[in-house]
Design a protein around this ligand. Structure first.
Ligand SMILES: *[C@@H]1O[C@H](CO)[C@@H](O)[C@H](O)[C@H]1NC(C)=O
Ligand SMILES: *[C@@H]1O[C@H](CO)[C@@H](O)[C@H](O)[C@H]1NC(C)=O
Length: 312
C-alpha cells in the first residue's frame, strides 16, 4: 500500500517536473540568485563590476548603469571613462569609482590590472562612436577574452560589435548583448535567414557561438540563447524615458555575476534584469506619471528587489 502511494506520488512529481515550463524554472532561479547577506563575507564577494562608457556628450548613461549595478547589490563598481566626462560623473555620486583613463595614451596598460579583479564587464553606456574610443574598447574586449571575463554589451558597444562579430565569436565566457529593435537589426544585418526575428537570431547565434545570449528589448522582451527563447512581459507603462536601457545593463551586470557564481545559465540573470526594469518603470509611473524619468526609477530598486528576488 505504502509502496503504491510512493509510486503514485513520485509519478505525480515526475509529471509536474516535466510539465513545469522553462519560464517558471527560470523565475524560480531568479529567487535563489542573490548571495546571502552574512557577516563573514568580505567586500567585493557580492560582485565587482566594471563599466566602460561615458563621453563628453553622454554622462547620464554610464551613471545610470553603474548606480543600478550598485543598488541591485554589487559591492564595487568601477567606471572607466574619458577625462572630460569623469569629473561630471563623479559629481553625481560619491559611490562610484570613476577612472578617467579611457583616452589615456597608455589606456590599455592602465586598464589591464583593474580587469583582473572584475566579475563582469559592461561595455557601451554613453560610450560614443569615436574611432579612437572604439580602438581602445577593441583592445579591452580582446584582453577580457584572454582573462575570460563575462561581458554585457549595450548601446554604442553594440554598434562596434555589429561591425566586428569576430570580437565575441567563440568567446570563452558568457556574453549578453542587449539590443533594442534597431540595434538588433544592425547587429544581425547581413546574417542569412528567412527574415523572421527568430531565424535571424538563430543564425547570428550559430555564427558567434554558444556563449552569447541576446536580450532583445521590446514591448515584450525576448531572451534568446541557443535552443531557448524566454519572453518577459508585464510591468512597464506608457512612459518610456531615456536611461532605462542603462538601468537594465547595470542591473544585468550584477545579476550575471551572481548567476555565474550560482552556476545558472545567463538567461536567469537576463530574466531578473528585465523584471527589475519593468517593475521599476511601473512603480515610478504610479508616483510621477508623465513626468517620470530614469532618476525616479532608481529609488524603487529596493522595493522591486524585495518583492521579486530577496531571499525569504
Ligand atoms: C509558463 O510560465 C509562465 C510563468 O508562470 C506563464 O506566464 C506562461 O504562460 C507559461 N507558459 C506555458 C506555455 O505554460
Ligand atoms: C563558454 O564559456 C565557458 C565558461 O563559462 C567555457 O568553459 C567554455 O569553454 C566556453 N565555450 C566556448 C565555445 O568557448
Amino acid at each position: 500500500m505504502v509502496v503504491k502511494y510512493l509510486l503514485f506520488f513520485s509519478l505525480c512529481l515526475f509529471v509536474r517536473c516535466t510539465m513545469s515550463n522553462k519560464t517558471e524554472d527560470i523565475i524560480e532561479k531568479t529567487k535563489q540568485l542573490a548571495p546571502r547577506l552574512t557577516n563573514d563575507k568580505h567586500k567585493g564577494q557580492a560582485g565587482r563590476i566594471g563599466v566602460f562608457g561615458g563621453s563628453i556628450e553622454f554622462t547620464g548613461a554610464p551613471y545610470f548603469a553603474s548606480i543600478s549595478s550598485l543598488k541591485v547589490g554589487a559591492d564595487l563598481v568601477y567606471l572607466f571613462t574619458n577625462k572630460e566626462p569623469a569629473t561630471v560623473i563623479k559629481s553625481y555620486s560619491p559611490e562610484l569609482m570613476v577612472l578617467p583613463i579611457l583616452n589615456d595614451p597608455e589606456a590599455i596598460k592602465k586598464i589591464e590590472p583593474w580587469l583582473e579583479r572584475l566579475h563582469v564587464v559592461v561595455i557601451g553606456p554613453g560610450l560614443g562612436r569615436n574611432d579612437q574610443t572604439f580602438e581602445v574598447i577593441t583592445k579591452v574586449i580582446e584582453t577580457c577574452r584572454q582573462k575570460q571575463k563575462p561581458l554585457v554589451i549595450d548601446a554604442d558597444g553594440l554598434f562596434l560589435i555589429a561591425q566586428r562579430h569576430d570580437l565575441i565569436k567563440n568567446y570563452p565566457a558568457p556574453v549578453v548583448l542587449t539590443p533594442n529593435v534597431m540595434e538588433f537589426n544592425r547587429l544581425v544585418g547581413d546574417t542569412p535567414g528567412d527574415g523572421s526575428k527568430q531565424e535571424k537570431a538563430a543564425a547570428f547565434l550559430m555564427e558567434v557561438g554558444s556563449n552569447v545570449t541576446l536580450l532583445c528589448k521590446d514591448h515584450e522582451d525576448e531572451i534568446i540563447s541557443r535552443g531557448t527563447t524566454v519572453k518577459v512581459s508585464g510591468g512597464g507603462s506608457g512612459r518610456r524615458c531615456g536611461g532605462q536601457g542603462d538601468i537594465l545593463a547595470g542591473s544585468l551586470s550584477t545579476f550575471l555575476a551572481w548567476s555565474i557564481m550560482a552556476d545558472y545559465a545567463p538567461n536567469v540573470a537576463c530574466y531578473a534584469a528585465c523584471r527589475m526594469v519593468r517593475d521599476l518603470n511601473s512603480k515610478a509611473f504610479v508616483k510621477y506619471g508623465r513626468s517620470m524619468t530614469a532618476t525616479d526609477m532608481i529609488p524603487e530598486i529596493h522595493e522591486v528587489f524585495e518583492e521579486n528576488f530577496e531571499r525569504k
